[in-house]
Write a protein that binds this ligand. Sequence first.
Ligand code: NAD
Ligand code: UDX
Length: 464
Amino acid sequence: KTKVKNICCIGAGYVGGPTMAVIAQKNPDIKVTVVDINAERIAAWNHNDLDQLPIYEPGLDDVVLEARNRNLFFSTDVDAAIDAADMIFISVNTPTKTYGKGKGMAADLKYIELCARQIAKVAKTDKIVVEKSTLPVRTAQTIKSILQNTGNGVKFQILSNPEFLAEGTAVQDLMAPDRVLIGGEQTELGMKAIAALVDVYSSWVPIENILTTNLWSSELSKLTANAFLAQRVSSINALSELCEVTGADVDEVANAIGKDSRIGPKFLKSSVGFGGSCFQKDILNLVYIAKSYGLNEVADYWEQVIIMNDYQKHRFAAKIIQTLYNTISGKKIAFLGWAFKKDTNDTRESAAIYVADQLIEEQANIVVYDPKVTAQQMQSDLNYLNTRSETENETFLTTIVDPYETCKDAHAIAVLTEWDEFKAYDWQRIYEAMQKPAFVFDGRGVLDHEQLRTIGFQVYAIGK
Ligand code: NAD
Ligand code: UDX
Protein backbone atom coordinates (compact mmCIF):
# COMPACT_ATOMS: atom_id res chain seq x y z
CA LYS A 1 0.00 0.00 0.00
CA THR A 2 1.34 3.44 -0.93
CA LYS A 3 1.33 5.89 1.96
CA VAL A 4 1.48 9.51 0.88
CA LYS A 5 4.02 11.56 2.87
CA ASN A 6 4.51 14.66 0.79
CA ILE A 7 1.87 16.52 -1.17
CA CYS A 8 2.38 19.41 -3.56
CA CYS A 9 -0.53 21.45 -4.88
CA ILE A 10 -0.01 23.67 -7.91
CA GLY A 11 -2.38 26.64 -7.69
CA ALA A 12 -3.07 28.54 -4.45
CA GLY A 13 -6.49 29.87 -5.42
CA TYR A 14 -10.04 29.48 -4.12
CA VAL A 15 -9.77 25.71 -4.41
CA GLY A 16 -6.09 24.90 -3.83
CA GLY A 17 -5.75 27.10 -0.72
CA PRO A 18 -8.73 25.92 1.38
CA THR A 19 -8.58 22.30 0.18
CA MET A 20 -4.93 21.87 1.07
CA ALA A 21 -5.36 23.72 4.37
CA VAL A 22 -7.99 21.17 5.40
CA ILE A 23 -6.01 18.18 4.10
CA ALA A 24 -2.99 19.40 6.09
CA GLN A 25 -5.03 20.10 9.21
CA LYS A 26 -6.50 16.58 9.13
CA ASN A 27 -3.24 14.81 8.21
CA PRO A 28 -0.51 16.25 10.47
CA ASP A 29 1.88 13.51 9.29
CA ILE A 30 1.72 14.64 5.63
CA LYS A 31 3.75 17.64 4.51
CA VAL A 32 1.61 19.79 2.21
CA THR A 33 3.15 22.53 0.07
CA VAL A 34 0.92 24.82 -1.98
CA VAL A 35 2.75 26.59 -4.79
CA ASP A 36 1.79 29.35 -7.18
CA ILE A 37 3.50 31.55 -9.75
CA ASN A 38 1.65 34.52 -8.28
CA ALA A 39 4.12 35.74 -5.63
CA GLU A 40 1.70 38.29 -4.23
CA ARG A 41 -0.86 35.56 -3.56
CA ILE A 42 1.70 33.35 -1.85
CA ALA A 43 2.87 36.26 0.31
CA ALA A 44 -0.75 36.86 1.33
CA TRP A 45 -1.17 33.19 2.29
CA ASN A 46 1.94 33.57 4.47
CA HIS A 47 0.82 36.85 6.05
CA ASN A 48 0.91 37.00 9.85
CA ASP A 49 -2.33 38.95 9.90
CA LEU A 50 -4.94 36.34 8.99
CA ASP A 51 -7.27 39.08 7.73
CA GLN A 52 -4.80 39.46 4.84
CA LEU A 53 -5.29 35.92 3.47
CA PRO A 54 -5.96 36.22 -0.27
CA ILE A 55 -9.44 34.78 -0.04
CA TYR A 56 -12.17 35.29 2.48
CA GLU A 57 -13.94 32.15 3.70
CA PRO A 58 -15.61 31.79 7.09
CA GLY A 59 -13.48 29.56 9.36
CA LEU A 60 -10.49 29.43 7.03
CA ASP A 61 -8.28 31.55 9.29
CA ASP A 62 -8.47 29.01 12.12
CA VAL A 63 -7.53 26.11 9.86
CA VAL A 64 -4.59 28.03 8.39
CA LEU A 65 -3.48 29.16 11.83
CA GLU A 66 -3.37 25.58 13.08
CA ALA A 67 -1.60 23.95 10.13
CA ARG A 68 0.57 26.67 8.59
CA ASN A 69 4.30 26.18 9.18
CA ARG A 70 3.49 22.91 10.97
CA ASN A 71 2.85 20.77 7.89
CA LEU A 72 1.24 23.34 5.57
CA PHE A 73 3.50 25.59 3.52
CA PHE A 74 2.94 28.18 0.81
CA SER A 75 5.75 28.80 -1.64
CA THR A 76 6.65 30.12 -5.09
CA ASP A 77 9.28 27.44 -5.60
CA VAL A 78 7.21 25.19 -7.86
CA ASP A 79 10.07 22.95 -8.98
CA ALA A 80 11.26 22.15 -5.46
CA ALA A 81 7.75 21.24 -4.33
CA ILE A 82 7.17 18.99 -7.35
CA ASP A 83 10.50 17.28 -6.82
CA ALA A 84 9.82 16.52 -3.17
CA ALA A 85 6.22 15.35 -3.55
CA ASP A 86 4.87 11.84 -4.04
CA MET A 87 1.41 13.19 -4.85
CA ILE A 88 0.83 16.36 -6.90
CA PHE A 89 -2.54 18.12 -7.12
CA ILE A 90 -3.15 20.35 -10.12
CA SER A 91 -5.52 23.08 -8.98
CA VAL A 92 -4.90 25.84 -11.50
CA ASN A 93 -7.55 27.89 -13.25
CA THR A 94 -9.32 26.52 -16.31
CA PRO A 95 -11.20 29.58 -17.61
CA THR A 96 -13.30 29.81 -20.75
CA LYS A 97 -11.09 30.31 -23.81
CA THR A 98 -10.95 33.91 -25.02
CA TYR A 99 -9.26 33.21 -28.35
CA GLY A 100 -9.04 30.73 -31.21
CA LYS A 101 -11.02 27.54 -31.65
CA GLY A 102 -13.73 27.18 -29.03
CA LYS A 103 -13.45 30.87 -28.06
CA GLY A 104 -16.16 31.76 -25.53
CA MET A 105 -17.07 28.09 -24.96
CA ALA A 106 -14.25 25.62 -24.43
CA ALA A 107 -12.12 25.46 -21.29
CA ASP A 108 -8.65 26.92 -21.75
CA LEU A 109 -6.29 24.12 -20.77
CA LYS A 110 -3.02 25.93 -21.33
CA TYR A 111 -2.31 26.24 -17.56
CA ILE A 112 -3.01 22.53 -17.12
CA GLU A 113 -0.66 21.60 -19.93
CA LEU A 114 2.04 23.90 -18.52
CA CYS A 115 1.76 22.12 -15.17
CA ALA A 116 1.99 18.71 -16.81
CA ARG A 117 5.09 19.78 -18.73
CA GLN A 118 6.69 21.21 -15.62
CA ILE A 119 6.01 18.00 -13.68
CA ALA A 120 7.44 15.98 -16.56
CA LYS A 121 10.56 18.10 -16.60
CA VAL A 122 11.22 18.16 -12.86
CA ALA A 123 10.12 14.73 -11.61
CA LYS A 124 12.87 12.26 -10.76
CA THR A 125 10.73 9.79 -8.78
CA ASP A 126 7.32 8.18 -9.42
CA LYS A 127 4.36 10.47 -8.76
CA ILE A 128 0.60 10.35 -8.46
CA VAL A 129 -0.83 13.35 -10.32
CA VAL A 130 -4.30 14.43 -9.21
CA GLU A 131 -6.60 16.57 -11.34
CA LYS A 132 -8.26 18.89 -8.84
CA SER A 133 -9.20 21.54 -11.40
CA THR A 134 -12.48 21.10 -13.24
CA LEU A 135 -11.64 19.61 -16.62
CA PRO A 136 -13.33 18.42 -19.78
CA VAL A 137 -13.90 14.69 -19.85
CA ARG A 138 -10.82 12.84 -21.22
CA THR A 139 -8.26 15.47 -20.14
CA ALA A 140 -6.44 12.79 -18.16
CA GLN A 141 -5.54 11.27 -21.51
CA THR A 142 -3.78 14.50 -22.54
CA ILE A 143 -1.94 14.78 -19.24
CA LYS A 144 -0.88 11.15 -19.44
CA SER A 145 0.42 11.56 -22.93
CA ILE A 146 2.58 14.54 -21.90
CA LEU A 147 3.87 12.82 -18.76
CA GLN A 148 4.61 9.48 -20.37
CA ASN A 149 6.72 10.84 -23.15
CA THR A 150 9.48 12.37 -21.07
CA GLY A 151 11.77 9.40 -21.49
CA ASN A 152 13.30 9.66 -18.02
CA GLY A 153 11.75 6.44 -16.73
CA VAL A 154 9.59 8.10 -14.07
CA LYS A 155 6.13 6.46 -13.69
CA PHE A 156 2.99 8.52 -13.27
CA GLN A 157 -0.52 7.61 -12.22
CA ILE A 158 -3.26 10.10 -12.96
CA LEU A 159 -6.31 10.51 -10.77
CA SER A 160 -9.36 12.71 -11.13
CA ASN A 161 -10.55 14.22 -7.84
CA PRO A 162 -12.92 17.07 -8.65
CA GLU A 163 -13.76 19.57 -5.93
CA PHE A 164 -17.38 20.21 -5.01
CA LEU A 165 -16.92 22.97 -2.43
CA ALA A 166 -19.01 26.09 -2.83
CA GLU A 167 -17.52 29.48 -2.03
CA GLY A 168 -18.67 31.10 1.18
CA THR A 169 -19.05 27.64 2.75
CA ALA A 170 -15.75 26.16 1.56
CA VAL A 171 -14.42 25.11 4.97
CA GLN A 172 -17.72 23.59 6.06
CA ASP A 173 -18.03 21.76 2.71
CA LEU A 174 -14.48 20.43 2.99
CA MET A 175 -14.92 19.31 6.59
CA ALA A 176 -18.12 17.40 5.87
CA PRO A 177 -18.39 16.76 2.14
CA ASP A 178 -21.54 15.08 0.76
CA ARG A 179 -19.05 12.89 -1.07
CA VAL A 180 -15.45 12.80 -2.24
CA LEU A 181 -15.04 11.52 -5.78
CA ILE A 182 -11.88 9.79 -6.97
CA GLY A 183 -11.50 8.43 -10.48
CA GLY A 184 -8.55 6.42 -11.69
CA GLU A 185 -7.38 3.84 -14.15
CA GLN A 186 -8.97 0.45 -13.54
CA THR A 187 -5.63 -1.34 -13.44
CA GLU A 188 -3.60 -2.67 -10.52
CA LEU A 189 -1.41 0.45 -10.37
CA GLY A 190 -4.44 2.71 -10.93
CA MET A 191 -6.25 1.06 -8.01
CA LYS A 192 -3.17 1.47 -5.83
CA ALA A 193 -3.08 5.18 -6.60
CA ILE A 194 -6.81 5.50 -5.85
CA ALA A 195 -6.26 3.75 -2.51
CA ALA A 196 -3.46 6.18 -1.63
CA LEU A 197 -5.76 9.16 -2.13
CA VAL A 198 -8.68 7.46 -0.35
CA ASP A 199 -6.30 7.10 2.57
CA VAL A 200 -5.64 10.86 2.67
CA TYR A 201 -9.36 11.69 2.78
CA SER A 202 -10.33 8.90 5.15
CA SER A 203 -8.50 10.76 7.93
CA TRP A 204 -11.75 12.65 8.35
CA VAL A 205 -14.30 11.63 5.68
CA PRO A 206 -16.37 8.48 6.41
CA ILE A 207 -15.31 5.80 3.96
CA GLU A 208 -18.86 5.31 2.62
CA ASN A 209 -18.76 8.94 1.43
CA ILE A 210 -15.66 8.36 -0.68
CA LEU A 211 -16.71 7.21 -4.16
CA THR A 212 -14.28 5.66 -6.58
CA THR A 213 -14.94 5.41 -10.32
CA ASN A 214 -13.13 5.21 -13.61
CA LEU A 215 -11.37 8.37 -14.80
CA TRP A 216 -13.96 9.50 -17.32
CA SER A 217 -16.94 9.15 -14.99
CA SER A 218 -15.17 11.25 -12.40
CA GLU A 219 -14.21 13.99 -14.86
CA LEU A 220 -17.69 14.11 -16.35
CA SER A 221 -19.47 14.03 -12.97
CA LYS A 222 -18.05 17.41 -12.06
CA LEU A 223 -19.41 19.18 -15.15
CA THR A 224 -22.68 17.31 -14.70
CA ALA A 225 -23.10 18.33 -11.06
CA ASN A 226 -22.59 22.00 -11.89
CA ALA A 227 -24.92 21.77 -14.88
CA PHE A 228 -27.69 20.24 -12.74
CA LEU A 229 -27.25 22.82 -9.98
CA ALA A 230 -27.26 25.76 -12.39
CA GLN A 231 -30.24 24.28 -14.18
CA ARG A 232 -32.27 24.40 -10.96
CA VAL A 233 -31.53 28.10 -10.57
CA SER A 234 -32.43 28.82 -14.19
CA SER A 235 -35.60 26.74 -13.83
CA ILE A 236 -36.86 28.69 -10.83
CA ASN A 237 -35.75 31.97 -12.43
CA ALA A 238 -37.72 31.10 -15.55
CA LEU A 239 -40.80 30.65 -13.35
CA SER A 240 -40.14 33.92 -11.49
CA GLU A 241 -41.24 35.99 -14.45
CA LEU A 242 -44.37 33.91 -14.84
CA CYS A 243 -45.09 34.52 -11.15
CA GLU A 244 -44.77 38.26 -11.64
CA VAL A 245 -47.38 38.36 -14.39
CA THR A 246 -49.83 35.94 -12.78
CA GLY A 247 -49.82 36.91 -9.12
CA ALA A 248 -48.12 33.72 -7.95
CA ASP A 249 -45.25 34.14 -5.49
CA VAL A 250 -42.02 32.41 -6.49
CA ASP A 251 -40.97 31.63 -2.89
CA GLU A 252 -44.34 30.01 -2.22
CA VAL A 253 -44.04 27.98 -5.41
CA ALA A 254 -40.46 26.96 -4.55
CA ASN A 255 -41.52 25.92 -1.07
CA ALA A 256 -44.45 23.93 -2.40
CA ILE A 257 -42.42 22.00 -4.97
CA GLY A 258 -39.42 21.62 -2.66
CA LYS A 259 -41.52 19.57 -0.23
CA ASP A 260 -41.61 16.86 -2.87
CA SER A 261 -38.78 14.62 -1.75
CA ARG A 262 -37.91 13.90 -5.37
CA ILE A 263 -37.31 17.61 -6.00
CA GLY A 264 -35.94 18.67 -2.60
CA PRO A 265 -35.86 22.16 -1.07
CA LYS A 266 -32.31 23.34 -1.80
CA PHE A 267 -31.10 25.54 -4.64
CA LEU A 268 -34.53 26.89 -5.51
CA LYS A 269 -33.96 30.52 -4.56
CA SER A 270 -34.93 32.80 -7.38
CA SER A 271 -32.38 35.54 -7.98
CA VAL A 272 -30.98 38.14 -10.33
CA GLY A 273 -29.05 35.26 -11.89
CA PHE A 274 -26.29 32.92 -10.87
CA GLY A 275 -22.69 34.05 -10.96
CA GLY A 276 -19.40 32.60 -9.82
CA SER A 277 -16.42 31.23 -11.63
CA CYS A 278 -17.89 27.79 -12.22
CA PHE A 279 -21.47 27.48 -13.44
CA GLN A 280 -21.26 29.41 -16.69
CA LYS A 281 -17.77 28.22 -17.56
CA ASP A 282 -18.58 24.59 -16.89
CA ILE A 283 -21.87 24.56 -18.79
CA LEU A 284 -20.30 26.31 -21.77
CA ASN A 285 -17.64 23.67 -21.66
CA LEU A 286 -20.25 20.90 -21.53
CA VAL A 287 -22.04 22.46 -24.50
CA TYR A 288 -18.77 22.63 -26.40
CA ILE A 289 -17.89 19.02 -25.65
CA ALA A 290 -21.36 17.84 -26.76
CA LYS A 291 -21.04 19.83 -29.99
CA SER A 292 -17.57 18.47 -30.64
CA TYR A 293 -19.08 14.95 -30.62
CA GLY A 294 -21.89 16.17 -32.94
CA LEU A 295 -24.51 15.97 -30.17
CA ASN A 296 -26.32 19.17 -31.10
CA GLU A 297 -29.58 18.49 -29.25
CA VAL A 298 -27.65 17.77 -26.06
CA ALA A 299 -25.67 20.99 -26.54
CA ASP A 300 -28.80 23.09 -27.14
CA TYR A 301 -30.52 21.63 -24.10
CA TRP A 302 -27.76 22.75 -21.72
CA GLU A 303 -27.08 26.04 -23.46
CA GLN A 304 -30.61 27.12 -22.55
CA VAL A 305 -29.54 27.26 -18.88
CA ILE A 306 -27.08 30.04 -19.78
CA ILE A 307 -29.50 31.85 -22.08
CA MET A 308 -32.08 31.95 -19.28
CA ASN A 309 -29.48 33.25 -16.82
CA ASP A 310 -28.37 36.05 -19.14
CA TYR A 311 -32.00 36.97 -19.67
CA GLN A 312 -32.63 37.16 -15.91
CA LYS A 313 -29.76 39.65 -15.39
CA HIS A 314 -30.91 41.70 -18.34
CA ARG A 315 -34.53 41.65 -17.22
CA PHE A 316 -33.59 42.95 -13.75
CA ALA A 317 -31.68 45.91 -15.20
CA ALA A 318 -34.49 46.63 -17.67
CA LYS A 319 -36.99 46.62 -14.79
CA ILE A 320 -34.97 49.27 -12.95
CA ILE A 321 -34.77 51.49 -16.02
CA GLN A 322 -38.45 51.14 -16.83
CA THR A 323 -39.58 51.74 -13.23
CA LEU A 324 -37.47 54.88 -12.97
CA TYR A 325 -39.56 56.42 -15.78
CA ASN A 326 -37.17 55.24 -18.51
CA THR A 327 -34.62 57.90 -17.67
CA ILE A 328 -31.80 57.07 -15.33
CA SER A 329 -29.21 59.38 -16.88
CA GLY A 330 -27.51 61.25 -14.03
CA LYS A 331 -29.51 59.42 -11.36
CA LYS A 332 -27.74 57.85 -8.43
CA ILE A 333 -28.51 54.15 -8.07
CA ALA A 334 -27.12 52.45 -4.97
CA PHE A 335 -25.97 48.83 -5.21
CA LEU A 336 -25.93 46.76 -2.07
CA GLY A 337 -23.52 43.93 -2.82
CA TRP A 338 -21.13 43.18 -5.64
CA ALA A 339 -19.89 39.64 -4.80
CA PHE A 340 -21.57 36.78 -6.68
CA LYS A 341 -22.97 35.45 -3.40
CA LYS A 342 -22.67 36.24 0.29
CA ASP A 343 -19.69 35.39 2.49
CA THR A 344 -17.13 35.60 -0.30
CA ASN A 345 -14.98 38.34 -1.79
CA ASP A 346 -15.13 36.60 -5.17
CA THR A 347 -16.82 38.59 -7.92
CA ARG A 348 -16.21 36.41 -10.97
CA GLU A 349 -19.27 36.44 -13.26
CA SER A 350 -21.26 38.26 -10.58
CA ALA A 351 -24.67 39.43 -11.82
CA ALA A 352 -23.86 42.87 -10.33
CA ILE A 353 -21.24 43.48 -13.04
CA TYR A 354 -23.70 42.96 -15.88
CA VAL A 355 -26.52 44.91 -14.25
CA ALA A 356 -24.14 47.82 -13.58
CA ASP A 357 -22.90 47.74 -17.15
CA GLN A 358 -26.42 47.92 -18.54
CA LEU A 359 -27.39 50.80 -16.25
CA ILE A 360 -24.21 52.71 -17.06
CA GLU A 361 -25.09 52.42 -20.75
CA GLU A 362 -28.06 54.61 -19.74
CA GLN A 363 -25.62 56.95 -17.94
CA ALA A 364 -26.72 56.16 -14.41
CA ASN A 365 -24.33 56.83 -11.54
CA ILE A 366 -23.78 53.55 -9.75
CA VAL A 367 -22.54 53.73 -6.18
CA VAL A 368 -21.65 50.40 -4.61
CA TYR A 369 -21.27 49.09 -1.11
CA ASP A 370 -20.01 45.54 -0.54
CA PRO A 371 -18.58 44.43 2.81
CA LYS A 372 -15.77 42.36 1.26
CA VAL A 373 -15.07 43.57 -2.29
CA THR A 374 -12.54 46.32 -2.98
CA ALA A 375 -13.24 49.31 -5.24
CA GLN A 376 -10.30 48.29 -7.40
CA GLN A 377 -11.83 44.86 -7.96
CA MET A 378 -15.16 46.39 -9.02
CA GLN A 379 -13.45 48.66 -11.54
CA SER A 380 -11.46 45.82 -12.98
CA ASP A 381 -14.61 43.66 -13.30
CA LEU A 382 -16.33 46.41 -15.26
CA ASN A 383 -13.29 47.18 -17.39
CA TYR A 384 -13.04 43.50 -18.28
CA LEU A 385 -16.32 43.78 -20.21
CA ASN A 386 -14.70 46.33 -22.50
CA THR A 387 -17.97 48.22 -23.02
CA ARG A 388 -16.41 51.70 -22.58
CA SER A 389 -13.17 53.37 -21.54
CA GLU A 390 -11.70 52.87 -18.08
CA THR A 391 -12.02 56.58 -17.37
CA GLU A 392 -15.72 56.47 -18.14
CA ASN A 393 -16.15 53.46 -15.89
CA GLU A 394 -14.43 55.35 -13.09
CA THR A 395 -16.85 58.23 -13.56
CA PHE A 396 -19.98 56.12 -13.56
CA LEU A 397 -19.08 53.53 -10.92
CA THR A 398 -17.95 54.62 -7.49
CA THR A 399 -17.63 52.87 -4.17
CA ILE A 400 -18.44 53.97 -0.65
CA VAL A 401 -17.48 51.97 2.41
CA ASP A 402 -20.55 53.00 4.37
CA PRO A 403 -23.96 51.61 3.35
CA TYR A 404 -25.90 54.65 4.60
CA GLU A 405 -23.71 57.05 2.65
CA THR A 406 -24.06 54.74 -0.36
CA CYS A 407 -27.86 55.01 -0.28
CA LYS A 408 -28.01 58.74 0.56
CA ASP A 409 -29.71 60.80 -2.18
CA ALA A 410 -30.17 57.71 -4.34
CA HIS A 411 -33.26 57.30 -6.51
CA ALA A 412 -33.13 53.56 -6.12
CA ILE A 413 -31.39 50.78 -4.24
CA ALA A 414 -30.65 47.48 -5.94
CA VAL A 415 -29.74 44.45 -3.84
CA LEU A 416 -27.30 42.31 -5.82
CA THR A 417 -25.86 40.06 -3.11
CA GLU A 418 -27.66 38.44 -0.18
CA TRP A 419 -25.28 39.61 2.59
CA ASP A 420 -27.01 39.05 5.96
CA GLU A 421 -26.16 42.53 7.23
CA PHE A 422 -28.47 44.16 4.67
CA LYS A 423 -31.49 42.86 6.57
CA ALA A 424 -30.37 44.49 9.79
CA TYR A 425 -29.99 48.04 8.44
CA ASP A 426 -32.03 50.95 9.75
CA TRP A 427 -34.28 51.14 6.70
CA GLN A 428 -36.25 54.09 8.09
CA ARG A 429 -33.01 56.10 8.20
CA ILE A 430 -32.11 54.99 4.66
CA TYR A 431 -35.55 55.97 3.40
CA GLU A 432 -35.37 59.46 4.88
CA ALA A 433 -32.08 60.23 3.15
CA MET A 434 -33.21 59.08 -0.31
CA GLN A 435 -34.86 60.82 -3.25
CA LYS A 436 -38.63 60.24 -3.43
CA PRO A 437 -40.27 58.12 -4.59
CA ALA A 438 -37.67 55.78 -3.06
CA PHE A 439 -37.35 52.50 -4.94
CA VAL A 440 -35.90 49.21 -3.79
CA PHE A 441 -35.15 46.42 -6.29
CA ASP A 442 -34.49 43.27 -4.33
CA GLY A 443 -32.57 40.99 -6.68
CA ARG A 444 -32.04 38.40 -3.95
CA GLY A 445 -35.37 38.26 -2.15
CA VAL A 446 -33.72 38.95 1.19
CA LEU A 447 -35.36 42.08 2.56
CA ASP A 448 -38.61 42.39 4.52
CA HIS A 449 -40.78 43.86 1.78
CA GLU A 450 -43.80 44.49 4.00
CA GLN A 451 -41.70 46.49 6.41
CA LEU A 452 -40.16 48.48 3.54
CA ARG A 453 -43.58 49.27 2.08
CA THR A 454 -44.83 50.42 5.48
CA ILE A 455 -41.89 52.82 5.67
CA GLY A 456 -42.84 54.20 2.26
CA PHE A 457 -40.55 52.42 -0.22
CA GLN A 458 -41.73 51.29 -3.62
CA VAL A 459 -40.53 47.69 -3.73
CA TYR A 460 -39.87 45.42 -6.69
CA ALA A 461 -38.85 41.86 -5.86
CA ILE A 462 -38.09 39.10 -8.31
CA GLY A 463 -40.92 36.63 -8.73
CA LYS A 464 -43.44 38.56 -6.67
P1 NAD B 1 -7.97 30.57 -9.03
O1 NAD B 1 -7.82 31.40 -10.24
O2 NAD B 1 -8.45 31.16 -7.76
O3 NAD B 1 -6.56 29.88 -8.69
C1 NAD B 1 -5.73 29.27 -9.62
C2 NAD B 1 -4.28 29.60 -9.27
O4 NAD B 1 -3.43 28.83 -10.11
C3 NAD B 1 -3.90 31.05 -9.49
O5 NAD B 1 -3.45 31.62 -8.28
C4 NAD B 1 -2.78 30.98 -10.56
O6 NAD B 1 -1.75 31.94 -10.34
C5 NAD B 1 -2.26 29.59 -10.34
N1 NAD B 1 -1.53 29.05 -11.50
C6 NAD B 1 -1.92 29.03 -12.81
N2 NAD B 1 -1.00 28.43 -13.58
C7 NAD B 1 0.01 28.05 -12.75
C8 NAD B 1 1.23 27.38 -12.93
N3 NAD B 1 1.62 26.94 -14.15
N4 NAD B 1 2.03 27.17 -11.86
C9 NAD B 1 1.65 27.58 -10.64
N5 NAD B 1 0.50 28.22 -10.39
C10 NAD B 1 -0.32 28.45 -11.43
O7 NAD B 1 -8.90 29.34 -9.46
P2 NAD B 1 -9.86 28.46 -8.52
O8 NAD B 1 -11.15 29.16 -8.29
O9 NAD B 1 -9.08 27.97 -7.35
O10 NAD B 1 -10.19 27.26 -9.50
C11 NAD B 1 -9.22 26.28 -9.81
C12 NAD B 1 -9.90 25.13 -10.49
O11 NAD B 1 -10.86 24.53 -9.60
C13 NAD B 1 -10.69 25.50 -11.74
O12 NAD B 1 -10.57 24.44 -12.67
C14 NAD B 1 -12.12 25.58 -11.24
O13 NAD B 1 -13.05 25.30 -12.26
C15 NAD B 1 -12.15 24.51 -10.20
N6 NAD B 1 -13.16 24.69 -9.16
C16 NAD B 1 -13.39 25.93 -8.60
C17 NAD B 1 -14.32 26.08 -7.57
C18 NAD B 1 -14.59 27.42 -6.96
O14 NAD B 1 -15.52 27.52 -6.18
N7 NAD B 1 -13.81 28.45 -7.24
C19 NAD B 1 -15.00 24.97 -7.09
C20 NAD B 1 -14.74 23.73 -7.66
C21 NAD B 1 -13.82 23.60 -8.68
C1 UDX C 1 -20.70 26.02 -7.33
C2 UDX C 1 -21.16 24.64 -6.88
O1 UDX C 1 -22.24 24.77 -5.94
C3 UDX C 1 -20.02 23.89 -6.24
O2 UDX C 1 -20.42 22.57 -5.89
C4 UDX C 1 -18.87 23.82 -7.23
O3 UDX C 1 -17.78 23.16 -6.65
C5 UDX C 1 -18.47 25.22 -7.68
O4 UDX C 1 -19.61 25.91 -8.20
P1 UDX C 1 -20.26 28.35 -6.12
O5 UDX C 1 -20.28 28.90 -7.49
O6 UDX C 1 -19.13 28.68 -5.24
O7 UDX C 1 -20.33 26.75 -6.17
O8 UDX C 1 -21.58 28.81 -5.35
P2 UDX C 1 -23.11 28.34 -5.38
O9 UDX C 1 -23.59 28.31 -3.99
O10 UDX C 1 -23.31 27.12 -6.16
O11 UDX C 1 -23.85 29.55 -6.10
C6 UDX C 1 -23.65 29.85 -7.45
C7 UDX C 1 -24.55 31.00 -7.87
O12 UDX C 1 -25.91 30.58 -7.91
C8 UDX C 1 -24.50 32.19 -6.93
O13 UDX C 1 -24.51 33.39 -7.66
C9 UDX C 1 -25.77 32.04 -6.12
O14 UDX C 1 -26.24 33.27 -5.64
C10 UDX C 1 -26.71 31.47 -7.18
N1 UDX C 1 -27.84 30.74 -6.60
C11 UDX C 1 -27.62 29.59 -5.89
C12 UDX C 1 -29.14 31.20 -6.78
O15 UDX C 1 -29.35 32.23 -7.42
N2 UDX C 1 -30.18 30.49 -6.24
C13 UDX C 1 -29.99 29.34 -5.53
O16 UDX C 1 -30.99 28.75 -5.09
C14 UDX C 1 -28.67 28.89 -5.35
